[in-house]
Design a protein around this ligand. Structure first.
Ligand SMILES: [Fe+2]
Length: 180
């Protein structure tokens, strides 16, 4: 059977209970890579026979973190966005995702505009997991059939987030339930 979803959710729970900060998240990232090495888990939740869509695999009743499977069919490039006050850990199940982390260059005085510069670029390959800390602005770019497992500090549908148009710098607020 190997290291499965139940093992992983239990490890997330105990780790984040003891340490909800960046060291605890790093430990969750390593546990997630262990889960991604389980071929049975990948086949069952992210395999070619799995119905495409976004699936909530686990939501913690107390801590509120979620484990989600993003079973993608089509390639997608996301605009730069944040997850509000929540962190996120992306674990690549199949294919790859190109990640960019952005920093704001403006003084944040204008609530409608931002100026961004890329500060970190990397490719997440199958079996690897990467962290975006709370408030980190990031964008993702993946090919057809790239599937990933994501752990978020909280249910993103319940918090306000923002997305930024790279060409114009326009900030678009995403309110609860308008998640992408
Ligand atoms: Fe994101």
């Amino acid at each position: 059977m190997g290291y499965d979803l139940d093992d992983f959710s239990a490890d997330c729970r105990s780790t984040l209970t003891q340490n909800p900060g960046p060291p605890g998240r790093e430990s969750v990232r390593l546990h997630l890579e262990r889960l991604l090495a389980n071929e049975d888990f990948i086949a069952k939740h992210c395999g070619e026979n799995v119905e495409p869509g976004l699936k909530v695999l686990y939501e913690d009743p107390e801590l509120g973190f979620q484990i989600l499977a993003h079973v993608n069919e089509k390639a997608r490039i996301s605009p730069p966005h944040d997850h509000g006050a929540s962190w996120a850990i992306y674990g690549q199940a199949t294919k790859y995702t190109d990640m960019i982390e952005w920093e704001r260059e403006d003084d944040r005085e204008d609530p409608k505009r931002a100026r961004l510069k890329p500060v970190k670029k990397y490719r997440l390959t199958a079996g690897k997991a990467g962290i975006f800390q709370n408030g980190a602005i990031h964008s993702i770019d993946y090919p057809d059939h790239a599937r990933f497992v994501r752990v978020t500090g909280t249910n993103l549908d319940k918090i306000d987030r923002m997305r930024i148009d790279l060409k114009t710098g326009a900030i678009q607020k995403m309110y609860a339930q308008h998640a992408t």
